[in-house]
Write a protein that binds this ligand. Structure first.
Ligand SMILES: [Zn+2]
Length: 284
């Protein structure tokens, strides 16, 4: 499932190819994604307009048009955006295809169809974007992602810090893998109540989270040059994982066996020595 780094890598991969291009026509598969394809809005507000830039908010790509409309794409579980020459045969799960005036095509392929395509028409785009942005959590690279703000959000919360980090309404785009890796790097037990963390722990979580996401984006960035390909696969990278999926293996830091526990329905991995539970870390 694409997490924030994969969506950001997709954005960076599209950036050299889309701005300046006019969308000449849109074709779709006739199958609905998470929502029905907004066919009329695509025809009215995207076709005939020029792409000005590609932004990202949380795990959504915002393809901005020069008529102020915004094409909003979420990749869901299996969505991939790629740029193809028209001679490349369309594939089974290509659900949206935008023909560009340089002769290439932007295609959205999504086997499981949990992705979504939305259009914010120019006249309403600013209002719709503001409401959308308010509904999303803090951007991990945004100015508001600070230890102080996280501590404030966590105040009084007894839920496990791992569940807190993965709540998209609080923090944007930190999924299971990156939450596990962040907590290991920060030395915080995933089951500790979010409201129990001290300022130093939040500071470590902020810097470790940004560091891990940056490294994942950088690792993916090395595949960006291959983005323009016949198969459109940006070739998802393998971040070197320190704790995720390593249960039963020795901790890379202390040698203790890595534990696995299901927290909030998701597999969580941690080192019981490097990430002591709340009672033992009290007073840290
Ligand atoms: Zn350890």
């Amino acid at each position: 499932m694409p997490e924030l780094p994969e969506v950001e890598v997709t954005r960076q991969g599209l950036l050299p190819h889309l701005p300046g291009q006019t969308v000449l026509a849109a074709a779709w598969s006739g199958k609905r994604l998470r929502q029905p394809m907004p066919v009329k809005l695509l025809e009215q507000h995207v076709c005939g307009s020029r792409i000005s830039t590609v932004d990202r908010r949380a795990k959504y790509l915002l393809i901005r048009m020069d008529n102020a409309s915004v094409l909003v794409v979420h990749l869901g579980m299996t969505g991939k955006l790629g740029i193809f020459p028209p001679s490349a045969a369309r594939r089974t799960h290509d659900h949206l295809c935008l023909r560009l005036d340089n002769g290439m095509e932007l295609r959205l392929n999504d086997a499981r169809r949990f992705g979504s395509v939305t259009v914010w028409p120019g006249a309403e785009a600013a209002r719709l974007e503001e409401a959308f942005s308010r509904s999303q959590g803090l951007e991990p690279f945004g100015p508001d992602f600070t230890a102080e703000n996280l501590a404030k959000l966590a105040e009084g919360r007894r839920q496990a810090v791992k569940i807190f980090l993965m709540d998209a309404k609080l923090i944007a785009g930190v999924g299971n893998i990156y939450a596990s890796e962040t907590l290991f790097a920060a030395g915080v037990h995933p089951l500790n109540p979010a409201g129990s963390l001290n300022a130093a722990q939040w500071r470590r979580i902020v810097s470790c989270c940004q560091d891990i996401l940056s490294r994942a984006i950088a690792a993916g960035g090395s595949t960006v040059s291959n983005f323009l390909g016949s198969n459109g696969q940006p070739g998802w990278f393998q971040l070197q994982l320190a704790v995720y999926g390593r249960n039963g293996q020795p901790c890379l830091r202390c040698g203790q066996e890595i534990c696995k526990e299901i927290i909030g329905g998701r597999a969580s991995f941690f080192c019981p020595r490097c990430q002591p539970p709340a009672a033992r870390s009290a007073g840290n």
